[in-house]
Design a protein. Structure first.
Length: 369
């Protein structure tokens, strides 16, 4: 499976093309179509709705391989997995039957909008609100940092407050929101990395949402998000392993080729040991991710393991990308090499999907603190 995925991904995403997509901030929809046709999206959608419902352990291999040319390709597929599982777990049967087969066929995409300008780590303090209007809902507010929300045929899963309570975790509901409804404005943000998929801000000005697009029960959204975040953390760890592998491969290749003082720089023990440390940390991260995925597949508690994998792998990625950049010397600073793009993309790893500080908070809570 790994070899088949690797072949398609490497064929579809040659380095010169990825460099252009990053430079221009363009997601190549033809590449997504090829991945859909190959069944990559089907793997992350439950089998009851036309997908393959692959175990998380297999999906971790998928994400690692798809992330190698750019983590953004894995993120686009991850968004389909996260959104599909939220719908499969909580939406009405009618909505699942309507949406999920279209996601598998690539006719519809999903994204996730939780973060707002005033609520990041403290996501439950969100202020985007939806109020009833006849049989519909009217959505008003703003989301920030929504990955890929502007994709063609995209439906956003939007968290909004539908009633006020003393406990801010109560009264949050999830809605499925097609991104072309009247009253929606989506702007791409000017960002330093993750430029292929892109990051957006989304404005909702009394957007009319039919009742059938309410996901699950009104006011239960926070509990739905909780289950989602566990999956998200395992997936993100797998994505970042793919990114770290690309950096390691490029740095090893360079260390073998580049000659200074009459020998390949990889012959200098300090460079060789740096690469050995990178490879070792990467392998440790892969095992932590695999264990979290395995526990998830077994139905065992995995909140702590998911946070640990996300924390370790995203921090490891900072060390690996920094060390790789150092090994390529001045050449790392040009766009001739992909390493600078991975380094820019990686910068978000310790922030998106819950910052490292928040992961530590969650792990500490599990320790009874
Ligand atoms: C590339 C990218 C893609 C993203 N994609 C999405 C997406 O698709 N959908 C979505 O909803 N969001 C997305 N996000 C948002 C992301 O999840 C948030 O950026 C993240 O949760 C942090 O929120 P914040 O940026 O507002 O930082 P803040 O919460 O303001 O945090 C700022 C700093 O304070 C620290 N801090 C905050 N609270 C605590 C605390 N209790 N203890 C210790 N330290 C603390 C943080 O760790 C951080 O270092 C994305 C972000 C990026 C950059």
């Amino acid at each position: 499976m790994r070899a088949a995925i690797e072949k398609l991904v490497q064929d579809q995403c040659p380095p010169n093309k990825v460099r252009e997509w990053d430079r221009d901030g363009v997601y190549p929809e033809e590449v997504y179509k090829a991945m859909v046709d190959a069944g990559f999206v089907a793997m992350v959608v439950p089998s009851a709705y036309g997908g393959m419902g692959s175990p998380m352990a297999d999906c971790a291999i998928l994400y690692e391989e798809v992330a190698r040319p750019s983590v953004d390709f894995a993120t686009r597929i991850a968004l389909q997995g996260w959104g599909s599982m939220i719908l499969a777990d909580f939406a009405s049967e009618e909505l699942r039957q309507d949406i999920l087969p279209k996601v598998v066929r690539g006719e519809m995409k999903l994204s996730f909008s939780l973060t707002e300008p005033g609520s990041g780590s403290d996501a439950a303090s969100l202020s985007t609100a939806a109020r009833r209007d006849g049989g519909d809902w009217l959505l008003k507010g703003q989301k920030l940092f929504s990955s890929g929300a502007d994709a063609p045929d995209n439906h956003m899963i939007v968290a909004a407050r539908t009633s006020s309570h003393k406990d801010r975790h109560e009264g949050i509901s999830l809605f499925l929101v097609p991104n072309d409804l009247p009253g929606i404005t989506i702007n791409r943000l000017d960002i330093i990395g993750r430029r292929v998929l892109g990051l957006t801000e989304v404005f909702f000005d009394d957007v009319r949402i039919p009742q059938r697009y309410l996901i699950g029960e009104e006011g239960r959204g926070w509990s739905y998000i909780g289950r989602h975040l566990e999956r998200e953390r395992i997936t993100l760890a797998a994505n970042y392993i793919g990114c770290a592998r690309s950096v390691l491969d490029e740095a090893v290749g360079y260390a073998k080729e580049r000659r200074q003082f009459g020998r390949a720089i990889g012959q200098f023990q300090v460079i060789a040991h740096s690469l050995a440390d990178m490879a070792t940390e990467l392998e440790a991260g892969r095992w932590m991710t695999a264990v979290a995925a395995w526990r998830y597949d077994q139905g065992l508690p995995c909140r702590k393991e998911a946070s640990m994998a996300k924390l370790f792998v995203s921090e490891m990625l900072q060390r690996v990308t920094a060390a790789g950049m150092q090994i390529l010397g001045g050449h790392a600073y040009t766009t001739d090499y992909a390493i600078q793009r991975h380094w820019r993309d990686a910068r978000n790893a310790t922030v998106g999907g819950g910052t490292s500080q928040i992961q530590r908070q969650l792990i500490a809570r599990d320790l009874g603190l």
